[in-house]
Design a protein around this ligand. Structure first.
Ligand code: ZN
Ligand code: ZN
Length: 877
């Protein structure tokens, strides 16, 4: 079992059986820094968001060859670019990205990173302008490009979470160098953690990187980790410090010069703290100067003094001590400099001012001896065996820093020109002069990258199911990958429930696609949250509300809570329609509407209650007491009819103006109400044009000067009946308004149902001529026998047809007896077809949503249009 798992793990990502939806895939593209150290630059694509990590240049190369593979990706699509720290292999391509590409996204880094980045890039542009062996690099971007794009860079603090273009970003301290960040990136609920260059070791000035608290931030789904040192280990910090200082003092004691090639910023500051501390405790060394070269370094010390708060407790303690000392001695200057005001370290602007006599310790950049000050000094000091080179940083393949570690007998002199020629000899193969190397070379790791063991511990503590290894040479990444997989196999072998970890170490340009299935979770808020939640799948209560998506966050809330919880304004569209009916009087209007919609509520005053549903389903008419004032007014103004207001189906308010015979319809606009309003309008226009209306209003005109008749003798004012065509078939026959629905003929009910449905679904409603018989076969015992016979004798198709015809005929007769005019109605909207069977009002419809919508209308129609066919007097007529 274990071996099988191991084989599966070794073969790389295994395919799950389920098909993978491409929209669930995260794509990682390494534009640089994959299977190499240098030009860090990665792309993350997930759920339509694109995040770019770092924009570095390869320190071992020049010109375009030092750039990430920007041609492989459209930078114009990037939403966010996060820069982990100021080192050139992570940030030096940024001015190019901002000034020379179609990148339009937002760029973020921490405050100290930006402060140092500013000086560092400026310096590197100037240096390459004056001393680079190649013109290529200068043409990539200029100092002006750098300065003009600085304003585009936004700064964020450690432990602060930012929602940027729908992506959540939180930086964490990475150790490594001042301001270096690890980023927690959350896209649509997916947690991605990018370590950048990091160190978990306590040092003299930086806060060490720590595993983020997954109880707080949630499970990390994908970890992108550096792999600089692969699986190699280093002795404990104290041992390394001791060995380093021993090596330095050995060289000093033998009268030699110590060359410590360092990157101007970052680890140099840590080494200075170590040396300063040691010199402080060893007065015999204090006569030997410690030099720290470079202009940028000097400028950046201001940054180090500024960001003491971003450093660890050791630095803060020294700062407090220095402050107390300065206060005691009345020297205010000491306060501002603090721990970075070195006593035994001298900064050296250039070698012109350097009196190269006697032993010294020299920290000079660049760290990998490619060119510049450290290279000049190497070429100058290498031939003397008393001198020593002490390497402390990581050296990229192809640099002199890497070459010197193999202690070559000779090194090419590229910086010292005539001086080198006098001591060396010309190499036959190229123009470089070779000079002898007799000085000692020693290496101590102070690179502030995690060792193999620290990295493995960190990765295993994070426990992400997917791990991408970057920032490590191919062999280092491969070793780390197989170690991680080995450990994982041991874990999964003892516990079958543990998910197999997948480890990727892609090469530049390769795409890694990782499927992530994330449950969509909507948070229930507001008044919906106050209701008891369903207890489980068997609980049939349904929570319904409005789903609001903000970025990738979903919340479910009641419509009334939209403003408070979603900041959205909900608008109610109030619709009004005016019509003047000169022929039809108010009672006829009311009567006609009741014929179509059932009971109609009369309200004394206009009540605008958009959501108020008034029950008016039991066929009774509610008459509210007329307000006293109005009554008095009516007594005085005997000639005019008072305005009246009706509420139709609880949603349409109909105001009748009285004398002017103007009608105003008012309703809250929505699909359902709009349809009902249309139906009301149809009734009103029919009433107005019907002879009954004319007849009615002419009779009304005779006893015009009375109080509204409806209050006293409503029956007398109403024609006994109008049928579906609006013609009257009775004179002044008294009829009971309350029972009038029962007096409708089936045809009338049918035509009103049709009218109602047409108002909802348009013209495409057609009668179905052939009754259905399928339901009879299943329910009726007689026909069941027929069906059984038909099955038994399935060859005899003619017999089946005959029986079916008989069934159709008997069904048609049954429906006719009930007074049902046609078996059913076919409702067509767009491509949807639904069949409504009239006898039991069942609906055949393929779409659930569509069926529910039609059923809601039908139910409402049936409630209001008429009692069912089988009920009461209607069927008998
Ligand atoms: Zn770095
Ligand atoms: Zn790096």
């Amino acid at each position: 079992m274990a071996t099988k798992r191991k084989a599966a793990a070794m073969s790389g990502p295994t395919e799950d059986d389920d098909p993978i939806d491409p929209s669930d895939e995260l794509t990682f593209i390494g534009l640089g820094g994959c299977q190499e150290v240098g030009r860090s630059c990665h792309i993350l694509q997930y759920k339509g968001k694109i995040v770019m990590l770092d924009a570095g240049m390869h320190t071992g190369r020049e010109g375009m060859a030092a750039m990430p593979y920007f041609d492989d990706f459209d930078l114009g699509t990037v939403d966010i670019l996060l820069i982990s720290h100021f080192h050139l292999d992570h940030a030096a391509a940024l001015p190019y990205v901002l000034a020379k590409t179609n990148f339009r996204g937002r760029v973020f880094m921490t405050h100290p990173t930006k402060a140092i980045y500013k000086w560092l890039i400026q310096d590197s542009v100037r240096v390459s302008n004056t001393s680079s062996t190649s013109d290529q690099r200068t043409s990539l971007y200029t100092e002006a490009d750098h300065i003009s794009t600085l304003t585009q860079i936004e700064t964020i603090d450690f432990y602060t979470t930012h929602m940027i273009n729908g992506v959540q970003v939180t930086p964490y301290p990475a150790g490594h160098v001042l301001g270096a960040a690890m980023f927690l990136i959350n896209i649509a609920g997916l947690n991605i953690f990018f370590t950048g260059d990091y160190s978990t070791e306590q040092d003299r000035h930086l806060v060490a990187a720590a595993v983020p608290d997954q109880k707080k931030v949630g499970k990390i789904d994908l970890l992108i980790s550096e792999s600089t040192f692969g699986i190699s280990t280093a002795p404990p910090r104290e041992e390394r410090e001791f060995a380093l200082l021993k090596s330095v003092t050995n060289i000093v004691n033998r009268g030699g010069k110590v060359l410590m090639p360092v990157f101007a910023l970052g680890r140099a500051q840590e080494l200075l703290l170590i040396l300063e501390d040691y010199w402080q405790r060893h007065p015999e060394l204090q006569k030997t100067p410690i030099y720290y070269t470079g202009n940028t370094a000097r400028k950046c010390m201001v940054v180090y003094q500024t960001y003491i708060n971003a450093m660890n407790d050791n630095i803060k303690r020294i700062f407090r001590e220095r402050m107390a000392e300065a206060e005691a001695s009345g020297n205010a200057k000491g306060v501002s400099a603090g721990p970075w005001d070195f006593r035994f370290v001298r900064s050296l602007r250039s070698l012109d001012r350097f009196d190269d006599v006697g032993s010294c310790v020299m920290l000079a950049s660049p760290g990998m001896l490619q060119s510049g000050m450290s290279r000049i000094l190497l070429e100058r000091w290498a031939p003397d065996q008393r001198n020593g080179v002490v390497m402390t940083g990581y050296n990229v393949e192809g640099t002199m820093g890497r070459t010197i570690l193999s202690e070559p007998d000779q090194i090419p002199a590229i910086m010292s020109g005539g001086h080198a020629q006098s001591i060396g000899r010309r190499n036959k193969d190229d123009d470089a002069v070779l000079i002898p190397r007799r000085c000692s070379v020693e290496e101590f790791s102070f690179a502030a990258h995690v060792t193999g063991k620290q990295n493995i511990d960190f990765i295993e503590a994070v426990r992400a199911p997917h791990i991408i290894l970057v920032h490590g040479e191919k062999s280092q990444a491969a070793r780390l990958k197989s170690r991680l997989l080995d450990n994982d196999n041991k874990r999964t072998a003892s516990n079958a429930d543990v998910q197999q970890t997948k480890v990727y170490s892609p090469e530049n340009g390769a795409e890694v696609k990782i499927p992530f299935r994330k449950d969509k979770i909507a948070k229930v808020v507001g008044r919906l949250a106050q209701r008891p939640a369903p207890t489980g799948p068997e609980d049939e209560r349904v929570i319904s509300g409005v789903m609001v998506q903000n970025g990738f966050k979903l919340s479910l809330m009641a419509p009334e809570d939209l403003r408070e919880y979603a900041g959205l304004t909900s608008t109610t569209v109030l619709c009004k329609q005016h019509i003047t009916l000169s022929a039809a009087g108010v009672d006829l209007i009311k009567w006609a509407l009741e014929g179509t919609f059932g009971a109609i509520e009369e309200v004394g005053q206009l009540k605008t209650e958009p959501n108020g549903h008034v029950a008016a389903r039991n066929g009774t008419t509610k008459m509210e007491a007329t307000p006293k004032e109005e009554e008095e007014e009516a007594d005085e103004e005997f000639t005019s009819e008072p305005p009246r207001t009706f509420l139709i189906m609880g949603c349409i308010t109909l105001k009748w103006s009285g004398q002017a015979k103007e009608l105003e319809l008012e309703w809250e606009g929505n699909t359902m109400n709009d349809g009902i309003a249309d139906a009301v309008m149809a009734v009103l226009t029919t009433v107005e044009s019907s002879p009954a209306a004319v007849k009615y209003s002419s009779s009304k005109a005779k006893h015009h000067h009375h109080k509204p008749e409806s209050e006293e003798h409503p029956e007398k004012q109403v024609p006994s009946q109008i049928n579906g065509n609006g013609t009257t078939n009775g004179d002044h026959q008294p009829v009971n308004l309350r029972n009038q629905l029962a007096n409708l003929t089936p045809e009338e009910r049918f035509s009103r149902l049709c009218m109602f449905l047409e108002a909802q679904f348009g013209e495409n409603i057609n009668p179905i001529e052939t009754p259905r018989i399928s339901h009879l076969m299943q329910t009726d015992s007689d026909t069941k026998t027929l069906k059984d016979e038909a099955e038994a004798d399935s060859d005899d198709e003619a017999a089946i047809e005959q029986r079916n015809a008989a069934l159709v005929a008997s069904e048609r007769a049954r429906l006719a007896a009930l007074g049902i005019p046609v078996p059913g109605l076919e409702i067509k909207v767009d491509k949807m077809v639904a069949r409504l069977w009239l006898d039991d009002l069942t609906l055949d419809c393929g779409s659930k949503v569509w069926r529910e919508r039609i059923m809601a209308v039908v139910e409402r129609a049936v409630e209001t249009v008429a009692p069912l066919w089988s009920v009461g007097g209607g069927a008998g007529r």
